[in-house]
Design a protein around this ligand. Sequence first.
Ligand SMILES: Nc1ncnc2c1ncn2[C@@H]1O[C@H](COP(=O)(O)O)[C@@H](OP(=O)(O)O)[C@H]1O
Length: 359
Amino acid sequence: MAPMGIRLSPLGVAVFCLLGLGVLYHLYSGFLAGRFSLFGLGGEPGGGAAGPAASADGGTVDLREMLAVSVLAAVRGGEEVRRVRESNVLHEKSKGKTREGADDKMTSGDVLSNRKMFYLLKTAFPSVQINTEEHVDAADQEVILWDRKIPEDILKEIATPQEVPAESVTVWIDPLDATQEYTEDLRKYVTTMVCVAVNGKPVLGVIHKPFSEYTAWAMVDGGANVKARTSYNEKTPRIVVSRSHSGMVKQVALQTFGNQTTIIPAGGAGYKVLALLDVPDKSQEKADLYIHVTYIKKWDICAGNAILKALGGHMTTLSGEEISYTGSDGIEGGLLASIRMNHQALVRKLPDLEKTGHK
Ligand SMILES: Nc1ncnc2c1ncn2[C@@H]1O[C@H](COP(=O)(O)O)[C@@H](OP(=O)(O)O)[C@H]1O
């Protein structure tokens, strides 16, 4: 007998308990799934391209969902980048030297952005290989659940799911591109980037500018929220080049296209790819070509490569070879990026850097 003379039916109590258990299961299943997924991190917390590939029984992943999470990751990482810059406490340090002897810098902006971006993607897609520029501290894991909502602009462009085997996917994260310029407070150059490669081919890219809150994304054979400009100057192109890892790029550009050519020194590979496109952001300079001659890492260029490819453009080594986004994390052959131009004709015009000693 219950208090106040109310008699509880055993069947009613059992149904009530079952309902309660159902609600608890619903509330915690997502959380637990996220937690368990982090136990199988696949080796990436060490950073870099090393680490086991996704398991062979990883099933399939939907590239449209991967795009939604990639946009979210780039934006969330960007919030960290902005917060650290605005605090003026960057904890700047050097990870070592580049081959050319420049400092390879890292700040709290890089580390905190990396943590957000990595765990968001890893929690949503536990079975895919993720290669990221910065070290991920396995002792400092964060479960960031994705609400599984695909933004309207993506749904509008890409009407159906795009399933691919999880084991064919490699994700490349650059949590803060243009770190050198970030430390100099040259904010317009800074981006966060995510790229998804399938069997080594770049298929979707996201470039986010945290300080102007602009995001460009595109999927090869899918859709994009950014487009090429209507015209480009192929004869005397404006060429955007690195301001902090330039090597002999100015000499190469002037030798190839003549002294009338304008050279635009700029920070960040993401910024330089956006310079080739029709980007509404006021702080964005415009160029006709992007050339890089020194060594560069795949997380710096994969997102830009995917976006250019989706829009009909090209990013290759200076000798015109396609770049494979699996395996090693760097490329040796320099970069040439163009859109709405005869890319192979441009390649033929460029000098052989090995022979001319311009590397
Ligand atoms: N020679 C080199 N060695 C190592 N990294 C290089 C490089 N040249 C360019 N990069 C990296 O490529 C990105 C774009 O470079 P740049 O601004 O010079 O064009 C930067 O990435 P991060 O800022 O993510 O480290 C930079 O560190």
